[in-house]
Design a protein around this ligand. Structure first.
Ligand SMILES: Cc1ncc(COP(=O)(O)O)c(C=O)c1O
Length: 414
């Protein structure tokens, strides 16, 4: 039963909205309402300016120059590492490796584990609501190594069936790779339960935090998992940048699978000695401006802190769920009052593309389709859903407008 829960800690959204230039845009003569934050968030001036400033004043390659610009660029890059590590409560910033995003990070993890831990015939556990990025890399390994993917099923309310998880585990099970928040349903995985089970069976835990990091406090010291990954562009930062956190054990033990300039101490044609720490995994010239922009985004969020942001967005999500539950033609998937800013729904007997296309006529950006979770779509027996996902600049007034126009769209399509 969804009740109207409208009280939430007030962020000054009017002020926040002024930081996001794109929110001044009109789409089809309506003010833009951007509800596609799960795909990527908009960027505040603070991030845009950090990138412009880097290119205007500091641009140079890092880690290998003695000249002023190179030293300044290196310093800005390494300060960014410290800022982001501190945000995620990572004790040793070397445990924070910069990658091109969640997908890249997951590929680096699976390549490393497949060379060190996984043996022919081993098993990996995933959940029913994984993003394709956290399926394909393991599936590729399984296909080539007689391995098996085992899937945690969903209960009737679309939450994960944790009791069924333990029954999936055999002596051949080595890894649980699981999303922290479902990008389609917004449901939050109970990592405490996952960790308890994984510890009991000595399993490696890989957490896909692409959809949790933007919406909630993530304390990686407390979480204490083997790997955690996320993308900057979903957290108000630039595209092409992400992080790969690994425990101290894996920082030393995960094999290098992506070698290149910057990852080494010494090289001869006979032998290479690799660098220690994060550098061992950061091959080639990294996305310097992306990392600097990401740190600017993190500094921006920390004006309020993730606790306040989470509560504000929870207020939005529960308000929107309540409003949607009043429309008889709407089916919400994975209804829960503990969600992270994402709601998936369908209008009965209407294709989600039609709903999304018509909402765009009113300037409302929603995502439609399978959201890179085709196996979940098969479980829900739908071709796709309409997904709305919120950020700190969204408001209840926008939700009211969206609900009004959704009702209009339904009346046009029915
Ligand atoms: C849960 C989840 N995992 C992985 C990804 C892939 O992220 P990226 O495209 O930034 O690598 C996404 C993106 O939508 C996601 O939501």
């Amino acid at each position: 039963m969804i009740t109207q829960k409208s009280e939430h800690i007030k962020l000054d959204t009017e002020l926040i909205r002024k930081d996001f230039p794109i929110l001044n845009r009109s789409i089809n003569n309506f003010p833009l309402i951007y509800f596609d934050n799960g795909a990527t968030t908009q960027k505040p001036n603070q991030v845009i300016e950090a990138i412009t400033n880097y290119y205007s004043n500091t641009n140079s390659n890092i880690h290998r120059g003695v000249h002023t610009l190179s030293r300044e660029a290196t310093e800005a890059f390494e300060v960014a590492r410290k800022t982001i590590a501190s945000h995620f409560k990572i004790k040793n910033e070397q445990q924070l490796i910069f990658t091109s995003g969640t997908t890249d990070s997951l590929n680096i993890i699976s390549a490393g584990l497949s060379r060190s831990v996984l043996k022919n015939g081993d098993e990996i556990i995933l959940s029913s609501y994984e993003h394709h990025s956290n399926i394909l890399t393991w599936q590729l390994w399984a296909g080539e190594n007689n391995g098996k993917l085992k899937i945690i099923p969903l209960k009737n309310d679309h939450s994960l069936d944790y009791e069924a998880l333990e029954k999936l585990i055999t002596p051949k099970t080595k890894i649980i790779a699981i999303t922290h928040v479902s990008n389609t349903l917004g449901l939050v995985t109970d990592l405490t339960q996952i960790k308890a089970i994984a510890k009991k069976h000595n399993l490696i835990i890989v957490v896909d935090g692409a959809q949790s990091a933007p919406h909630m406090e993530v304390d990686l010291t407390e979480l204490d998992v083997d790997f955690f990954v996320c993308s900057a562009h979903k957290i108000y930062g630039p595209t092409g940048t992400g992080i790969l956190y690994m425990s101290e054990k894996w920082l030393r033990a995960l094999p290098t699978t992506k070698p290149g300039g910057g990852t080494i101490k010494t090289v001869s044609f006979e032998k290479t000695e690799y660098a220690e720490g994060a550098l061992r995994f950061e091959a080639g010239t990294p996305n310097i401006e992306g990392v600097i922009g990401f740190a600017a985004a993190i500094n921006y969020l920390n004006r309020w802190g993730m606790k306040i942001i989470h509560e504000y967005e929870l207020g939005l999500v529960n308000y929107a769920q309540y409003k949607l539950s009043e429309i008889p033609e709407v089916i919400v998937y994975g209804q829960s009052t503990n969600k992270a800013a994402v709601i998936s729904f369908n209008v009965k007997d209407v294709h989600p593309f039609d709903v999304g296309t018509l909402l765009d006529k009113y300037g409302i950006a929603v995502r439609t389709g399978h959201h890179c979770t085709q196996p979940l779509m098969a479980i829900l027996c739908v071709p796709g859903t309409v997904r709305i996902s919120f950020a700190i600049y969204n408001t209840k007034t926008e939700i009211d407008f969206f609900i009004e126009k959704l009702k209009k769209v339904i009346s046009m399509l029915k």
